[in-house]
Design a binder for this molecule. Structure first.
Ligand SMILES: [Zn+2]
Length: 248
């Protein structure tokens, strides 16, 4: 299991909650027991697999966001490559991506990191199918939109007001599906001490374990996760660690 991270992700590039000062350092600290890999920024060609030239130029004119968004997309690409090798990987990156559609974005997102990473594997014919588990509090409309017309990618966003039912739903869904790789939009804003006020830290560990079991059973261990939401800095690091340990 490798952690894809760059110290630059600690820089404040915007005034939204995902870009807040002090959000990334606790994650890096909690994950210190894992091997870290530093990503390069994505290329425009990588981003063009999922976004329009107009959207790319919109982000280019958005101050210091562009470089960070390209580095985040590059982090997801790197995690997908490691994940494809059969070793798990987690990209601790920001800005998040799952609210970025081909030609628009909102919700602290600019480029759709996980979609760009999966589109790269599909384009290189490394995989024919992928499953995206998005357990963030919010529906990843960008990811759903980008893959709407592409049956190769199945997008799943569990919703339930009861924590046991939520986790059971994830277990059942993964038990019923197969794919060449599993990718996780890992948002931690549904934690009991975050905006969603539902899941425990151990629930993230359980979901990580279920993701690993799916990968071992169906796709040679191919699995990776990317950070999406999660806004309570006091608990975000330990929640990420629980998930990554489960996935390892
Ligand atoms: Zn969210």
């Amino acid at each position: 299991m490798k952690v894809v991270y760059h110290p630059r992700f600690g820089e404040v590039y915007e005034s939204d909650p995902a870009a807040e000062v002090g959000r990334m350092e606790p994650i890096a600290k909690e994950l210190a027991g894992f091997e870290f890999v530093r990503p390069d920024g994505a290329n425009v060609d990588d981003v063009l697999l999922c976004h329009t030239p107009g959207h790319i130029s919109y982000v280019q004119h958005y101050g210091s966001v562009f470089d960070m968004a390209m580095l985040a997309a590059g982090g997801a690409i790197r995690a997908a490559e490691i994940g494809y090798s059969g070793e798990g990987a987690f990209a601790a990156i920001r800005p998040p991506g799952h609210h970025a559609s081909a030609d628009s974005c909102w919700g602290f997102c600019f480029f759709n990191n996980i979609a760009i990473a999966l589109a790269g594997l599909l384009e290189k014919s490394k995989i024919k199918s992928a499953l995206v588990l998005d357990f963030d509090l919010h529906f990843g409309d960008g990811t759903a939109n980008i893959f709407e017309a592409k049956p190769a990618v199945t997008y799943f966003h569990p919703e339930d007001g009861n924590r046991q039912a939520f986790v059971d739903h994830v277990v059942r869904f993964l038990g019923d599906h197969k794919a060449d790789i599993i990718a996780v939009s890992a948002g931690f804003d549904r934690h009991i001490e975050d905006w969603g006020r539902l899941l425990t830290t151990d629930d993230y560990r359980t979901m990580g374990t279920v993701v690993k079991e799916f990968a071992v059973k169906n796709c040679k261990g191919r699995r990776f996760g990317v950070l999406e939401g999660g806004y309570n800095h006091a608990v975000l690091g330990k929640n990420v660690r629980a998930f990554v340990e489960g996935m390892a």
